[in-house]
Design a binder for this molecule. Structure first.
Ligand SMILES: [Ca+2]
Length: 127
């Protein structure tokens, strides 16, 4: 189930201290801006992208900080409308392997929620 839509920064919990990968695609003529901050206000990701079919416009990794993190997507000089969903991969004992968040944004009026599409995944173990 997805949550939103909201124009507020989306609050997400990552695995603090763990490697987290992100991806961003754009399907909009408007410049899309993505910022991810930890609870201390440290900016962990600042990316921009543009293009109506720019799949995997940006990607990378960072070490997750203190929770909650906030994800902000802006275009046209305002926060986009964002719908989002989360998933956790764990075993039957509740040991977490990965935590993933998916965010889909709308910067205009056509309601396709693909203008800036973001995925975030923290890995409990790496290597
Ligand atoms: Ca749109």
């Amino acid at each position: 189930m997805s949550e939103g839509p909201t124009r507020n920064p989306v609050s997400v919990n990552l695995l603090s201290g763990k490697i987290t990968q992100f991806s961003m695609s754009t399907q909009s003529s408007a410049i899309q801006n993505l910022e991810i901050q930890d609870a201390d206000g440290t900016s962990l990701v600042e990316q921009s992208g543009q293009g109506t079919s720019h799949f995997f416009a940006a990607g990378g990794r960072f070490t997750a900080g203190r929770n909650p993190h906030t994800v902000t997507i802006t275009a046209n000089n305002r926060n986009s409308s964002v719908r989002y969903s989360s998933a956790m991969i764990s075993d039957t004992s509740g040991n977490i392997f990965e935590v993933t968040h998916v965010l889909a944004s709308e910067d205009g009026g056509d309601g396709d929620y693909n203008d800036c599409f973001v995925t975030l995944t923290s890995f409990a173990r790496s290597g």
